[in-house]
Design a protein around this ligand. Sequence first.
Ligand code: HPA
Ligand SMILES: [Zn+2]
Length: 352
Amino acid sequence: MCSTNATDFLRALPKCEHHIHIEGTLEPKMLFALAERHNITLDSSMYSTIPALEERYRNFANLDDFLAYFNKAMDVLLDEEDFAALAFAYMQRVHADGLVHAEIFFDPQAHTGRGVALSVVVNGLKKGLKQGELEFGISTELIMCFVKHLPVESALEAVAEMKPFVEKGDVIGLGADSSEKNNPPSKFAAVYSLARELHFPRLTMHSGEEGPADWVRQTVFDLGINRVDHGFHAADDEKLLEELARRETFLTLCPLSNVRLQVTPEGVHQSPIPLLLEKGVKFSLNSDDPAYFGGYILDNYLAVHAAFNFPKPTWRRIAQNGIDGSWCSDARKAELSERLEAVMQQWEGKEI
Ligand code: HPA
Ligand SMILES: [Zn+2]
């Protein structure tokens, strides 16, 4: 548990989120409501009641167990309005947490594979995000992820299909998510080569969530990707950490996700966050799939504070690194840095 002061301070910190799957914000309540709206009969062996589903979400055995639910739930997302509502609900929720900038993943193959047009997905998401930006002043970007469980050819097609949306600036980058088991980063080198050819401005990849430190090494050294989503197991290799610090590789950590997916089964205190700070590896704190993992962005900050009780200067450093590591304009970064400075001044001399 965190004190009221710590909660207020962490809420006030201008926070940036770089690892959030929009499909992972589909709350059970919205899932059931959309199923009803579209006359979809949910599979009763997975979806009986909202409380039963919430309870099931507390008991994931591993990443693949979670992915079965994550991928099934999306069946209720069908039209532009659904995607817009999903994106706007996320913006509304994180505004209350003090989020100021979000870089948001989505899985185009998971939708086009069900017959939903790519334009429906991107235009719907953009609509919801734009409404949220206007109402709450949160800046956002979209990053497509290809899914590692489908063939490389499918990922190549998905990247090629995204080209017009990248040219318009609607999508700024490529990531990779889904099942890590048996899917080393090197398998996907051609997908990133194509993204570079098509001038995707930004590249990232889920790596080292369940996979070993060596796969983080492959991601950064062999594929030349300098942002790593999770990157958790890099912490098993101190030499690698030193190299990541030297290269200013940015890790997007997800503390509550790691607990729910049994990466840190006993709690956030098992996270290597203090070691990363000591080694100078830059990272942000993120919610990953908040509807499934028991918390949005502030809950993740609070869980880290409950585990490590960091002093204010450490929190300032984490927040500043989150701003500096963002894929927004320098002007936006300067604005957010000023906001951080103002919050630190307000809190000067106060205990957290
Ligand atoms: O944490 C994750 N890892 C891999 N794939 C995912 N898809 C949604 N969340 C995740
Ligand atoms: Zn993720």
